[in-house]
Design a protein around this ligand. Sequence first.
Ligand SMILES: [Zn+2]
Length: 239
Amino acid sequence: MAEQLEVLKRLQGLDGQLYRLRRQRADTPRELEQVAAVVGARQAQVSGVEARLKSLQMAQKEKELELQTKEASVKKFQAQLFQVKTNKEYAALQREIEALKADNSLFEEAILKTLEAIDEVLRERTRVTQQLEEQQRRWRSEQERVTRELSAIEEQIAQLERERQALVSEVHPETLALYERVLHLREGLALVPLVGEACGGCDRRLPPQVINEVYLKPGLVSCEHCSRILYFDDARSKL
Ligand SMILES: [Zn+2]
């Protein structure tokens, strides 16, 4: 049994690393998802700015067309000035022309304001597009890093699994079955030393006869609280 425990300790060493690496393999892509979420948010920002720009530019075009129509009517009235017969008619037409011109100059101001708004949105678009590109660069470099890390993790896992395969043949099938059941149940930690008078896995105190059994190594002894297999460690355990 003592010899079996030594093999199990080596096996636990490998399995501990394997569990840690598999967790890392599952967690690493999540870091990339976080960066992808930031890229998505930036993209939405750029789309929002572009939609605002488009609607401002459309409004601008409509206003310019309307101004052209209004200027054409000023010209039409100005031509009519030469055809009126009386001073009264002339004065009335003149007033109408002045009113139209005043209206048009207000309209021109509104167009200028829209042009200024367009300029501002164009600057904003440059800014948010730069931010988006920055995040896209970050995403690409993160993706490269994650790919590198994952392939390094895969290599280590493959290596450890080969070592494990070789080691497993040295363990009795029944012992291996028990060990693997606990390993699965306790997520990678099946074999623990006694620490003082307590289980090194769950920290709960164990009765003296259990500690004696672990010390004498007549068979595999499990912690009654967490089911982990216990071993006696000269430096850490206490009789
Ligand atoms: Zn325990």
